[in-house]
Design a protein around this ligand. Structure first.
Ligand code: ZN
Length: 325
């Protein structure tokens, strides 16, 4: 009868080890760096770099519009208690800075977009006839012109975001330096591959098949990086009614230039795009993820998957060879 004693002997030997492991995981959990990120794309980037050393709290979650975010008092307390606050900057999420102040935040604010080549808003947006003037003070300026905040739509910019996040995590938690550097390097390689994939997919498209329509002006950085022109009935801030004149002009342009596809956005009401489709004769190309990821069971639960999902629907609508994955 040796068999019953074996497990007992093993478990007796393993017990101290198990206790140590439990203690270690308990400590790791207790010491996880608490990071507050303003919206879902940033939350994912922080998780990619931070791995198990960080606990990320994202304020504006999947499919939600950060332009129109209404914080609750409990949000201020949570942001105030974080060790690090990560924002996009460029006027996109200045409410996060006010929230941090209100919550008594004492740590460092990381502006993920620091150092990227910014784009000014289009002339149309600058005239301001279709965005919410109540939020004008939120917008960053570039040479007197408002800056377009949607810089994450260019993968090249996000490589910079990731480097900035890695530097900030390392400064806040020097013991994790190696982990952050390794995670950032692995993720950067993934981003480089994604960037090349987008470029090669669109590379062969003829000039007349490079124009599409989306709900709000969120894709200028994508357009600059990958050579696709996006037209939009609603401006950069996505929280005002477009003018009837502007929509009529857009529909005339779509017909004249035979723009093949219009896109719904995950953060916008689809009815306007549906109307533009029916009046212009274009087809609905699908849903683009502009300012938020999808839920975990959707097609865009991470930044890389979001860009691949967008690439897939745009390439398909424009007749570019769809990526093989
Ligand atoms: Zn937006």
């Amino acid at each position: 009868m040796t068999t019953p004693t074996l497990p007992r002997r093993f478990s007796a030997r393993l017990r101290p080890l198990a206790a140590v492991l439990l203690l270690a995981s308990g400590l790791a959990h207790a010491q996880a760096l608490e990071v507050a990120a303003s919206f879902s794309v940033l939350g994912d980037l922080v998780s990619q770099v931070g791995g198990e050393r960080v606990k990320v709290r994202t304020l504006v979650g999947p499919d939600a519009d950060a332009h129109a975010f209404q914080p609750r008092p409990s949000d201020a307390r949570e942001v105030g208690g974080a060790a690090l606050v990560v924002v996009n900057g460029l006027g996109f999420d200045d409410w996060m800075l006010r929230l941090a102040r209100a919550g008594g935040f004492k740590g460092k604010v990381v502006v993920a977009s620091d150092g990227i080549p910014t784009l000014a808003m289009s002339a149309d947006d600058d005239h301001g006839h279709h965005h919410d003037h109540g939020h004008d003070h939120d917008r960053a300026e570039k040479g007197g012109k408002a800056v377009d905040p949607h810089a994450w739509q260019d993968v090249g910019n996000v490589r910079r975001y990731v480097a900035n996040i890695a530097d900030a995590l390392t400064a806040a938690d020097p013991a994790g330096a190696t982990a952050y550097r390794d995670n950032a390097a692995r993720y950067d390689a993934e981003l480089q591959a994604l960037d090349s994939e987008i470029r090669s997919t669109f590379g062969a498209l003829p000039a007349e098949r490079r124009k599409v329509v989306s709900s709000h002006a969120a894709f200028a950085y994508f357009g600059r990086a990958y050579g696709i022109e996006f037209l939009a009935p609603v401006g950069v801030s996505n929280n005002a009614e477009p003018t009837a004149k502007g929509v009529a002009r857009l529909i005339r342009q779509l017909k004249a230039e035979k723009v093949p596809a219009v896109f719904i956005e995950n953060v916008a009401d689809p009815r306007l795009i549906e109307r533009i489709r029916s009046e212009s004769g274009a087809t609905i190309g699908g849903t683009l993820y502009s300012d938020a990821l999808s839920a975990a069971d959707g097609p865009a639960p991470s930044y890389v998957k979001m860009m691949r999902a967008n690439l897939g629907v745009i390439a398909n609508a424009l007749g570019a060879p769809t990526p093989a994955n």
